[in-house]
Write a protein that binds this ligand. Structure first.
Ligand code: 3PY
Length: 250
């Protein structure tokens, strides 16, 4: 299996991603074909996407040259199984608030003897291989990322990064809400800096969600390696607002 996002990780290169909340293959392809995108997060936590859309979206993204990752709604092994069986190149798990949760996530994402993932890779076309060929390299190729977005996770970050994950991925908005602080305030940025430092010291990939190119540039410059630049729905809001902003007397 040869995943574009793995290639970025191996090259220690910046991995810029798009965020898909709408179950549209047209939108998925449009974003995936945008120069500079190496991964797309298919959001089944907060987006309108559900597992019946997984197969078409993963295949659209992968065939457009980017890695499809699926954000599942919660840290449930059966959700991890369904996302990976649709050929996702990786998963993102929200609210990974303890090392124990993270250990179970990793187990669910790996075939035995490493983990407990059930065998059903008949629809993993987006990963580039099926059945025995897929199984032979899935454990090494699949990207496991966990979201650090709660003070409990920040408190356990040293233990979390020792688990068999590839990446921590900060959800800055949830982190601010769960910490009870302002986005971009001193405590918020201190928590983000700590997660970044501990993750990188452990040799893992540090990721973070951003909503603009300016934010993404700042986070890459700080040392983050996997950064989203905006979302489909935010782009629509911003584009319409910008166009309407030029029209008077509305
Ligand atoms: C957050 O910022 O909380 C996220 O998880 C990104 O959607």
């Amino acid at each position: 299996l040869n995943f574009p996002l793995r290639q970025k990780f191996a090259a220690q290169a910046r991995a810029a991603g798009g965020w898909l909340t709408l179950p549209s293959t047209v939108i998925a392809r449009t974003i995936a074909l945008t120069k500079g995108i190496s991964w797309i997060l298919i959001d089944a936590e907060h987006g309108l996407i559900s597992d019946q859309h997984f197969y078409d979206l993963t295949n659209t993204v992968a065939s457009s040259g980017a890695s499809p990752l699926i954000r599942i709604p919660a840290d449930e092994p059966w959700m991890i199984k369904r996302a990976l069986d649709a050929g996702a190149h990786g998963i993102m798990v929200p609210m990974a608030n303890s090392a124990e949760i993270v250990r179970k996530v990793v187990e669910a994402a790996k075939y035995p003897p490493v983990g407990i993932r059930g065998y059903g890779p008949m629809f993993t076309h987006a990963a580039g291989a099926l059945n025995a060929t897929y199984k032979a390299s899935a454990n090494d190729a699949i990207i496991v990322s966990v979201q650090i977005e709660h003070p409990d996770a920040v408190a356990q970050i040293e233990e979390i990064v020792k688990e068999g994950i590839d990446a921590t991925f900060i959800g800055p908005y949830d982190l601010a809400v769960s910490m009870g602080v302002e986005v971009g305030g001193v405590e918020h940025e201190a928590a983000i800096a700590k997660i970044l430092e501990v993750t990188r010291k452990a040799g893992k990939i540090a990721g973070i969600f951003c909503l603009t190119g300016e934010q993404a540039e700042k986070r890459f410059a700080q040392g983050f390696q996997m950064v989203s630049v905006t979302t489909d729905i935010d782009t629509l809001f911003d584009g319409f607002a910008a166009a309407l902003g030029k029209v008077s007397s509305l």
